[in-house]
Design a protein around this ligand. Structure first.
Ligand SMILES: [Cu+2]
Length: 146
């Protein structure tokens, strides 16, 4: 009996450690986009709606972006009456919920483009989702819509 309980415990831990959600089909990116960097600026932002259709909570962090030297995940907070951006390690998305990355809210930041990042091109972003990698193309769009 003791052995059975032990095995059951090990199995449930294994399930937590190796979540088998298929990220490619179960994590939905809507309108993944990056603003084309303004002339003279070395930083720009990235946005999307990211829906977690997995049965477990996902911890999402941005690892890298093709063509940029550095990436960060940011939240926008009010500090002493001013809006400020703060770097965070990861975003958490509960099962069935959607993370909304929007200008002026939670967002992704990209620094030091290694070349010209042209409007209409795609930048491949590498995310870590519960320690598994997922690559998602983000479209480069114009910052201000005419
Ligand atoms: Cu930012």
């Amino acid at each position: 009996m003791k052995n059975i309980i032990l095995i059951a415990t090990i199995l449930s831990f294994a399930k937590l450690a190796f979540a088998d959600c298929d990220l490619k089909t179960k994590v939905e990116f809507t309108e993944p986009r990056i603003f084309a960097p303004l002339k003279g600026s070395n930083a720009t932002g990235g946005f999307a709606k990211i829906k977690n259709n997995c049965s477990e909570e996902l911890e999402l962090s941005l690892k890298s972006a093709e063509g940029f030297k550095a990436v960060e995940s940011h939240v926008t907070v009010e500090e002493n009456g001013r809006m400020a951006m703060k770097k965070i390690d990861s975003f958490k998305i509960k099962s069935g919920e959607t993370l909304e990355l929007v200008p002026g809210g939670k967002h992704l930041m990209f620094f030091d483009p290694q070349g010209t990042v042209n409007e209409g091109s795609e930048v491949k972003l590498v995310f870590n989702l519960n320690k598994k990698e997922l690559t998602v193309p983000f479209k480069v769009v114009q910052r201000i819509k005419k």
